[in-house]
Design a protein around this ligand. Sequence first.
Ligand code: GLV
Ligand code: MN
Ligand code: MN
Length: 417
Amino acid sequence: MTAPVLSVNAPRLIADLTDLGCIGRVEAGGINRTSFSAADTEARGWYLARCAEAGLSVRQDGVGNLIVSSPAVAAEIAARPAVWSGSHLDTVPNGGQFDGALGALAALECLRRIHEEGIELQRPVCAIMYTDEEGSYAHLLGSSALARGFSRAELEAMVGRDGDRFVDTFTAAGGDLDAAAQTRIDPGALHATVELHIEQGPTLEEQGIQIGVVSGIVGLGGGVVTFLGRADHAGTTPMSQRRDALVAAGAFVVALPEIAARISDRAVITCGMVSVRPGSANVIPESAQVSVDFRHPEQGQVEALEAAIRDTARNIAAQYGLQVGIDLEESIPPAPLDRGVQKIIAARAAARGLSSVSMPSGAGHDSQNLAPLVPTGMIFVPSIEGRSHCPEENTSWEDVENGANVLLDTLIQLAGG
Ligand code: GLV
Ligand code: MN
Ligand code: MN
């Protein structure tokens, strides 16, 4: 087994993670860097400044994914299928410091080390930063655009978490809708992709293992279900004569854990957003919209979850004498990751004396969109107490450094070093 030829500059990576962690930091303690927010724009500017400082070149595609490369690579090598690595800079509302940031900044650090040491490889290595991974507008938006593409009509129909239209926000940020609709990856232009990420669950910490070699990523679906009733006076309308949309939505939310349990013990369903109209304490809710997010490692079960959610919503609406609108996005299938890349990650971890284990990912990642097209792998590092998507999300600096070094070794091997 070959020994590592290079290591990341850990103090620089830690400083980067710390600096980025200040962008969008809110009083509640977490980070609000939802995509296209002022903080997300600032983070992108900060990332571009780091690339410029390092003498790297950046290309932005039609949906705002950033692809970073070294201009020093010989033209003949640069024309070959590339090895990509990266993640995202956006966060969930009041999220943590490491989700996305670790993979995006570690990939940048790896590219910087290869570039500054003038390491000659057989293939180009590129760092990538995906737009809107957390789905303010669509789950894994940037990589979904690359992998499946969005039509203009689909982009025009996208509504954000805050009720704004994607087209308005995107064009106000300088985006071009036609270019967004034309964004696609040519799979022939890629040799492999690898993403470093925090585990976001408790397994590695509980087992005392340093590196997770991800075997596959769950399939995920989601969207909104809207119950439509009738607005009436809260004081004068007898309980028997109400058509209260929120009461039906509440029954639906209560039914979700039962649906998950019925389908499989590996199924999860979450309602994380509720919106009630007209939204007054003294008016019976006319409409209640609830989000649904459902996941399972097997495609058949993702479909079974979707069917059960649709049936349950219709049955509850009928039971309460209401109408219901069900608007679910096209689901993103489960993605087994490439066995060859998994082997390389496990071997590179062992070469650094790090323990590793093969494990699935219950979280969604942009890698799952790339995996059907290009050999793709993911590296996990432990999350303290398994916490994520919350301000308490944390990973030790030692694990950050370990993960980044395994990423660097993997990229160098994949790029023919
Ligand atoms: C992304 O973090 C997701 O799993 O939703
Ligand atoms: Mn996330
Ligand atoms: Mn993430």
